[in-house]
Design a protein around this ligand. Structure first.
Ligand code: ADP
Length: 630
């Protein structure tokens, strides 16, 4: 149960409640507007009807009182009195007939006639117009009965002779205090009906029995508001008040009644969707008033369809206003929500921005820390590189010294030979001078000069080779470096009977340090001579190819590099030579020098036998060399 309650509360949508409240308010407003419109319409209509009732009642009243005096006046006429005293006198009858005719004409009434005490008409204004009243007996008529009893007679009914409805006035005719007869006057009121004609209004005058005898609606004439009782019917038949009138009932029912006397009525006889075009039974606003001096009621009935239309318009207007208010409310709510969402979005954006800034600051801090560390590392790396470079320089120098050590024997031999020759030549020159052989002495001295020059060249090359110099990259002639290396090894090659083949283009030029390239070449060529020590054919080839790289190939006809040696070839202190003849640094230093040049050193065994070492250097041009020299 608790879970269900929670579920119900969880699914509660405030917007739904808001919508339901709006709908309820709209419904209440529409109903209230309709009720207000209806009440206002009723009030206005009732006022209008009341106003017209005043006019209609006034007209009717004045019509009824207009002839009040006439029957009384007749009793003053001597001829009338004389006639009533002598009813059989034709002369008197004729005179009174003419008198009545004249008065009737002047007064504008319908008929005037004089009856004796038995109700027999002795003279009448229509004496000469059929159907004349003369000779007719009206003793059964209430107005005659009233007059005989000394009362002023008032009666509305349908003429039994003329067949036309009219209002009858009657009065007793007296002579010296005794009643001789009755004077009566008939007035037709149908001209009043014509003034009541209004499309949206029905006017009727009903008698005390509810019989409609004057009306603006032709169909309603001599019909009743409600069914008549049998007694009333009998009574009406006796007086022949409405002669042959049907007296059918309209069955008027009161639907509503207001405190001010206004009521809403319907007629059962009126079909739905009748003349009003309304699918509801037509309803009428009814106001009535009694006519003084009679038992009649004057009724005015107005169709209330326009009131419903007006109320419906008010309800529609209210619905439109409520709809507009609902849309306005919805718009304002949406706007408020949009503003709230945009505020939330900008707050989220601000938060994201703050978070980003915090992250950027943290990352910047981390980066600057990393940068600082990097600077420190770079500085350390530079120092290490410098140390490595210095170590390499030292190593290179050590390598040179080692190479020089290996060359020492052959160089000593190379220098000793000219030294011995110099001694002999110098001794011989002295002898030639003693003997006066000037020419021979001069020849010997020239030879001595040549030998000294050669020795100078050897020592010069040695000095140049041994010089400790920092590596300086510049365009360097490859042929010069190769010929210098060959010059240093010339004596060894000769001693070991090695055939040297050099193929190098004169203009081959690469970016390197000449002194160190010479050291690498001396190393490779020395190793080749060492390797060929045990072989019969001893051929050393040095070839140069210029392309994307400047490639120098040093190839021998030795036994090649054994497979177990190949992977360790450039390892420092790796040697296969006996102790004292090799340090195992030559190739390691040579490879380091080549890396320093931005080039490479590789080794492989030639397919036809022997080892091959390939140096690759970045090419340069002679112009560059000249520029560098400048
Ligand atoms: P070292 O000459 O002092 O031994 P190197 O580093 O110059 O030091 O050479 C290392 C080794 O490489 C040599 O001991 C040798 O075994 C091998 N080697 C070098 N050059 C050749 C070659 N041309 N043919 C065969 N083996 C070679």
């Amino acid at each position: 149960m608790r879970a269900r309650l929670r579920l119900v509360r969880g699914s509660f949508d405030p917007r739904l409640a808001w919508g339901a409240a709006c709908l309820f308010a709209a419904g209440v407003a529409v109903v209230a507007a309709y009720a207000w419109g209806e009440r206002a319409g009723m009030r206005d209509m009732a006022q209008g009807v009341e106003h017209r009732l005043d006019i209609y009642a006034g007209g009717l009243q004045s019509e009824l009182t207009r002839y009040d005096y006439l029957p009384g006046i007749l009793s003053l006429n001597k001829d009338v009195i004389a006639l009533l005293k002598d009813p059989g006198n034709p002369e008197r009858i004729a005179r009174v007939n003419r008198y009545l005719e004249t008065v009737n004409l002047k007064a504008g009434s319908s008929e005037i006639y004089v009856m004796n005490m038995d109700g027999l008409t002795l003279a009448a204004s229509n004496w000469n117009r059929p159907p004349s009243f003369v000779g007719r007996n009206f003793s059964y008529r209430p107005y005659f009965i009233d007059a005989v009893q000394g009362l002023p007679g008032r009666f509305y009914g349908v003429g039994t002779v003329s067949q036309s409805p009219g209002y009858y006035f009657s009065y007793g005719i007296y002579d010296g205090g005794s009643m001789l007869g009755v004077a009566a006057l008939k007035v037709e009121l149908d001209k009043l009906e014509k003034t009541w004609g209004r499309a949206d209004e029905k006017v009727a005058v009903v008698d005390e029995n509810g019989v409609i005898f004057l009306t603006s609606v032709p169909d309603w004439e001599f019909k009743t508001l409600r069914p008549l009782s049998p007694q009333t019917r009998e009574q009406l038949a006796a007086t022949r008040q409405y002669h042959a009138g049907s007296l059918a009932s309209l069955d008027m029912t009161e639907v509503r009644r207001f405190p001010d006397g206004t009521s809403i009525v319907q007629f059962a006889g009126e079909a739905k969707g009748g003349d009003s075009g309304n699918f509801l039974q037509p309803s009428y606003l009814l106001r009535s008033r009694s006519i003084p001096g009679t038992q009649w009621r004057l009724m005015a009935l107005s169709n209330i369809a326009p009131i419903h239309a007006r109320a419906s318009n008010a309800a529609i207007a209210a619905a439109l206003v409520m709809g507009f208010l609902a849309i306005l409310g919805l718009y304002l709510q949406q706007r408020r929500r949009a503003i709230a969402q945009s505020l939330a979005a900008s707050a989220a954006l601000q938060r994201a921005h703050d978070e980003l800034e915090r992250k950027v600051a943290a990352r910047t801090q981390a980066l600057s820390d990393a940068n600082r560390h990097l600077h420190i590392e770079i500085a350390e790396r530079k120092r290490a590189e410098e140390e490595l470079k210095a170590t390499l320089d030292e190593l290179v120098q050590a390598g040179k010294m080692a190479a020089l050590g290996q060359m020492a024997a052959s160089i000593t031999h190379e220098l000793n030979q000219p030294l011995a020759a110099l001694r002999t030549l110098a001794d011989n020159a002295a002898v030639f001078l003693q003997r006066g052989r000037q020419g021979d002495a001069q020849e010997n001295l020239a030879l001595i000069g040549q030998l000294i020059a050669r020795m100078g060249k050897i020592t010069g090359q040695l000095k140049k080779f041994a010089r400790k110099s920092p590596s300086l990259l510049k365009p360097t002639s490859i042929s010069v470096a190769i010929s210098d290396a060959c010059f240093l090894l010339e004596q060894r090659l000769r001693q070991e009977h090695v055939e040297l083949n050099v193929a190098v283009p004169e203009d081959a030029c690469a970016l390197c340090d000449g002194n160190r390239l010479e050291q690498v070449l001396v190393n490779l060529m020395s190793n080749a001579i060492d390797a060929m020590a045990q072989t019969g054919e001893r051929r050393l080839e040095v070839k140069v190819a210029v392309g994307e790289w400047v490639s120098i190939m040093v190839m021998d006809s030795g036994p090649g590099i054994p497979p177990h040696v190949m992977p360790r070839l450039f390892e420092p202190f790796f040697t296969t030579k006996e102790q004292g003849s090799g340090l195992g640094l030559g190739l390691a230093i040579s490879a380091a020098i080549m890396r320093d040049f931005g080039g490479s050193l590789r080794a492989y065994n030639r397919p036809g036998g022997g080892a091959a070492f390939v140096l690759q250097l970045r090419p340069a041009t002679i112009e560059m060399e000249e520029e560098a020299d400048v």
